[in-house]
Design a protein around this ligand. Sequence first.
Ligand code: GLY
Length: 311
Amino acid sequence: KRLRPVLLIHGGAGRHAMTIAQATCLEGALAEGHRLLMAGVPALSVVEEAIRLLEGSGLFNAGRGSNHQLDGVRRMDASIMEGRELRAGAVASIEGIIHPVTAARLVMEKTAHVLLVGKSATRFANYFGLERAPRPRRSLVAQPKQLRPAAGVSQTLRLHQAIVRTGHLRAKSLGKETVGAVALDLTGTVTAGASTGGVDVMLPGRVGDTPLIGCGVYADNEAGAVSMTGLGESIIRVAVAKEIADGLASGLSPVAAANRVLRKVVERVQGAAGVLVLSPDGRCTIRHSTPHMIAGIIGPDGRAIVRDRFA
Ligand code: GLY
């Protein structure tokens, strides 16, 4: 059977509609990814490259555009997984770089581990010379004005709890969100990746679903590839990516597998999420329980579809 390369990317599920700049960025990333796939480049490199373009744009909550945690520091999460040998790499709470997805790939390829965290992950990325992010000017850091610089745990915790009581951390609060991609290459291998600056009003050290294999991403040539966006805490509690991959492996279509698990996220944990799903035979879907999901797809014919709302 002829293999038909496919690439899906997203710039987050939330309550915001897509801007023209975001649409243009997604179209560019899809076109570049399609060119690479048709030239025989492995899905792993295509997913990494597509995510790098989104991380570098500053238009999404990843890389250059990442959120700040409550202490004013950007700590980012990313992961990548390929479906032939189930190899995976991830970083959590990494600081000061533009391309956490490349750090995740380096963890996969240069170490015997799957996940590196915090300052050690940052040192690891710096050792490999990954591009550094300029230090943001303090005036540009959207830090709650109740917090003084270098606020302690008790101050950040009290503010976080006060914000949680207002309901701000619920599904409806989702704004600028995670980026991600899934791809199927000419050899029939699928790959999934994701990169994020987290959610609003995070406690320092908070880690979401994105770097957790089986929650934010999963890829298996015998099931498919899944990349998540949305409220990380709800995605983790349902272990969404693996649950959808298991649905695919048991014979569900991408639409049925995605819908079943997204419903569970909403009904069981009052969460919100969006997902890219791609099966090894090229069937795919984009689904979300949020008002919008900024995403796109390109298949073998090279025609890109970019929208901010899918069924
Ligand atoms: N889905 C991204 C996060 O919750 O961190």
